[in-house]
Design a protein around this ligand. Structure first.
Ligand code: FES
Length: 307
């Protein structure tokens, strides 16, 4: 029978694609472990794929002439018979060169652009510690709308606001409630529901720290409210009304040399109790609108990096 020469299907391209997919997923989930595993898979399968694709070029394949088969010569004998046909025709060679050059040019153009566009979002995610000044600026039991700069190199772009209350000591350990003003619905800036500064007869305080100016505005909040879609929270950041899917995020903190230092942020479903006695149901930082508990959390399996 005169059948065209069709290459056997191979799994190597599939393995290569899986490796690339693992690399991309790893950039989101865990760039230090998952991405290198994906790269290793891609390299191994890419090598096997390239090896197979170039096997004819390396002279491993033998062309069987249709006429030989028609004469009734057994296929094995025909395969062993010398053939005058070129083992790697010029058309196949040009096809391979064209595809190869296209791939190289595509890679040279695409990889740097994609790298510059995507990598900064995944690298340099180091959380900056923020010096908010001496803890004596935060009298026990009082709330302050505190505005500060996270990274002096980025300037006002990294300006953030947190609602801070000194809860006094829990044993010998200082206790602060430090709530982010990023709404848990879509991220609008949440406002304190209550009088501030001059109405209270109290002055704002400005501290100049290593992070730049820190502004403390006294406030007596009945809760916190979001101007965008009416989300409401109590003074522990628990959602009480509106569309937010969870409570407000919080900041971890430390007290070093008598100064209040902000650390990383984390997400909170809800808080039981208040102040120093509060039991905080905390989770890894998630984006606004993302459920972090219950069955809905399976809709958000991958958490992109957040500042
Ligand atoms: S962003 Fe706050 S309620 Fe929608």
């Amino acid at each position: 029978m005169d059948e065209p020469h069709i290459p056997l299907p191979t799994l190597w391209p599939l393995g290569f694609a899986v490796g690339i997919a693992v690399v991309l997923v790893g950039l989101i989930v865990d760039p230090t472990i998952v991405s290198p595993v994906g790269a290793a898979i891609a390299v191994v399968f890419g090598f096997l794929w390239a090896r197979e694709a170039t096997s004819e070029l390396r002279g491993h394949a033998v062309v069987v002439e249709p006429e030989t088969r028609e004469l009734g010569v057994p296929e094995q004998a025909a395969a062993e018979a010398p053939s005058e046909a070129p083992s790697f025709p010029r058309s196949r060679f040009l096809e391979a060169v064209t595809l190869g050059l296209g791939g190289v040019i595509g890679g040279v153009v695409t990889v740097p652009v994609a790298g510059f566009a995507l990598l900064p979002g995944f690298l340099g995610q180091k959380r900056h510690e923020v010096d908010l000044g001496p803890v004596t600026d935060f009298p026990e039991g009082k709330w302050f709308i505190t505005t500060f700069i996270v990274d002096p190199k980025e300037g006002d772009v990294s300006r953030r606001t947190a609602f801070i209350r000194n809860n006094g000591l829990l044993g010998n350990v200082p206790s602060f409630t430090i709530i982010s003003n990023r709404c848990a619905h879509l991220g609008c800036p949440v406002q304190a529901n209550g009088p501030t500064g001059a109405i209270l007869g109290e002055k704002n305080v400005v501290e100049h720290t290593a992070n730049g100016p820190v502004l403390l505005r006294p406030v007596v909040p009945a809760g916190f409210g979001c101007p965008c879609h009416g989300g409401q929270y109590d003074t522990e950041g628990n959602r009480t009304a509106g569309p937010p899917v969870r409570g407000l995020d919080r900041y971890a903190f430390d007290v070093k040399n008598g100064r209040l230092i902000l650390l990383s942020t984390y997400s909170v479903t809800h808080v039981d109790g208040t102040g120093a006695q509060a039991k905080i149901h905390k989770y890894k930082l998630a984006g606004p609108g993302e459920h972090i508990d219950g069955v809905e959390q399976i809709l958000y399996p991958l958490q992109p990096p957040h500042h």
